[in-house]
Design a protein around this ligand. Structure first.
Ligand code: ZN
Ligand code: ZN
Length: 269
């Protein structure tokens, strides 16, 4: 299983659109790994996780064609992950009617939002996903787990399995609540992508992780046996408000066995 992080930024990306923070200024000056488009990932070139406002830019930057995506799996309906009107470009009058379209998976808010986004969306095949219930997605098994994040919908982190490999995509979430910890008992992950939105500067909002909280969550998953020495761990969903450059994040997280994600990062499990 090959994982490509197409974006690793939080809500308003890095540098923050309208932000003049120190980190935003640094990112504009230095570019490279410090510029982060909104978070999303692509599994084996066919399973897309989230479809946000930077999808076009990520395709252009990374040489990707969305035509090859057979499945789009959504985590939740926040705007940085969910730009449903962008899906209209898979349909006439932009493309011929025989153009294949991806099958979409998401919670009720996602399915309702897509249905209301544009007329041709009625032609998309959509599957409702629920936390703690496995769903087959082509050759993959998807088991969403409940995130502690946007509480007016079933916000999900995603467990994806194929050919004996088990992968956790853990954004967006704060520290999991009891029901999720209990469900995770007995799972063993080969790799995980975990959010680190707040970096060095935790905010009042409980629905995201800082570096310190991420280390706590990883420590607990290691103690539970979900993560072993061999589990590859990488970050995503970094906010400019976290005030941490890529190099500073590496300095903080690498000693804990955590790699820092960047746009275009690829790994295999
Ligand atoms: Zn987000
Ligand atoms: Zn969110």
């Amino acid at each position: 299983v090959k994982v490509l992080l197409t974006g690793t930024g939080a809500a308003d990306g890095v540098p923050g659109y309208f932000s003049d923070s120190e980190l935003s200024r640094f990112a504009r000056r230095h570019g490279g790994k410090d510029v982060r488009l909104r978070s999303a990932a692509l599994i084996d070139g066919v399973l897309k996780i989230d479809f946000g406002p930077d999808t076009f830019a990520q395709c252009a930057a990374l040489g990707l064609s969305a035509l090859e995506w057979k499945y789009i799996v959504f985590t939740h309906s926040h705007d940085d992950h969910f730009a449903p009107r962008e899906l209209q470009y898979a349909f006439p009058p932009f493309l011929p009617p025989e153009t294949p379209t991806p099958r979409v998976y998401g919670n009720q808010a996602i399915l309702d939002g897509i249905g209301a986004a544009f007329e041709m969306a009625q032609n998309l095949e959509m599957t409702l996903t629920k936390s703690f219930e496995a769903t087959k997605v082509g050759e993959y098994v998807l088991t969403p787990i409940r995130a502690y994040h946007k509480l007016d919908e079933d916000s999900q982190n995603l467990i994806i399995q194929k050919d004996g490999a088990t992968f956790l995509y853990g954004t967006d979430t704060g520290i999991y609540q009891d029901e999720t910890w209990e469900f995770l008992q007995g799972w063993q992950f080969d790799a995980a992508v975990m959010e680190c939105t707040d970096g060095f500067k935790p905010l009042d909002y409980w629905g995201h992780l800082s570096c310190a909280e991420l280390i706590d969550v990883i420590t607990r998953l290691r103690e539970m046996g979900c993560f072993s020495e061999k589990t590859y761990i990488c970050t995503t969903h970094h906010a400019h408000t976290g005030m941490a450059t890529h190099a500073q994040l590496e300095e903080c997280l690498n000693p804990h066995g955590v790699d820092v994600g960047f746009d275009g990062k690829v790994f295999e499990l």
